[in-house]
Design a protein around this ligand. Structure first.
Ligand code: HPA
Length: 234
């Protein structure tokens, strides 16, 4: 048990999938895992442990933004000895070549700042995905016939962005999409020698204003869960 996770030590699996939304954690656990057990409900940030193809896996909500994800990822790593952390979430598309429903695998994550800023100071550390997970996720996504992009994303501190000029520069420099968590997940994985990846579905588009219709959200989210599971255990 930690400050923010009520699970007993053995109740968290070495592999943890992290959606931002705790209700998505419940939906994914009930749909894809067997022998599901609720292991955390502190602050309503639900976590579930079950098995997938016989492999133990936990699906734990991270909340929105890097400060929230950092709390859960830190406690999972340092108190529960989690080895593999895969974010499953949505992002806003930032290139014309990236469409709604496409999957983006974040090879690296650019940011203005992360909760690790205090450590890195003047250093521009490059937070990067684990290549083994990235490689397996790419093949799993391709096998599903999902349009998949691999590259740099932008982990922003704000959803309601007042700096359109920065977004323009991100697009100009090939950033595929914007979300709010991956950079710090990658920082923490690097610091503690763990494996991390962010698998993202494009839910809205900053250039076209398009958005994923509500009825499509569940299917796209389900595809991401399967890609993440296959990356972890494939
Ligand atoms: N900005 C930040 N995070 C997001 C977005 C966005 O447009 N879409 C989904 N997550």
């Amino acid at each position: 048990m930690t400050i923010h996770i009520g699970a007993a030590k053995g109740d968290i699996a070495p592999t943890v999938l992290m959606p931002g939304d705790p209700y998505r954690a419940r939906w994914a656990a009930e749909k894809f895992l067997s022998d599901v057990k609720l292991v955390n409900e502190v602050r309503g940030m639900l976590g579930f442990t079950g098995t997938w193809n016989g492999n133990p896996v936990t699906i734990q909500g991270s909340g929105m933004g890097m400060p929230s994800l950092s709390i859960y990822a830190n406690e999972l790593i340092t108190e529960y000895d989690t080895q593999t952390l895969i974010r499953i979430g949505s992002c806003g598309g930032m290139q014309k070549s990236v469409g709604i429903r496409d999957v983006i695998l974040a090879q690296t994550a650019t940011s203005i700042s992360t909760p690790s800023r205090g450590i890195f100071k003047e250093m521009n550390f490059a937070p990067a995905a684990n290549f083994d997970l990235l490689h397996k996720a790419f093949h799993a996504a391709e096998a599903k016939g999902t349009t998949t992009h691999v590259g740099n994303i932008y982990s922003s501190d704000v959803f309601y962005d007042e700096r359109p000029d920065l977004n323009e520069q991100m697009t100009r420099h090939g950033i595929l999409g914007v979300e709010m968590e991956a950079a710090e997940l990658y920082n923490l994985a690097a610091r503690h020698g763990r494996k991390a990846l962010a698998v993202l579905t494009v839910s809205d588009h900053l250039l076209t204003g398009e958005a994923l219709p509500a009825e499509d959200r569940e299917r796209s989210f389900g595809d991401m869960v399967e890609i993440a599971l296959e990356a972890a255990f494939g």
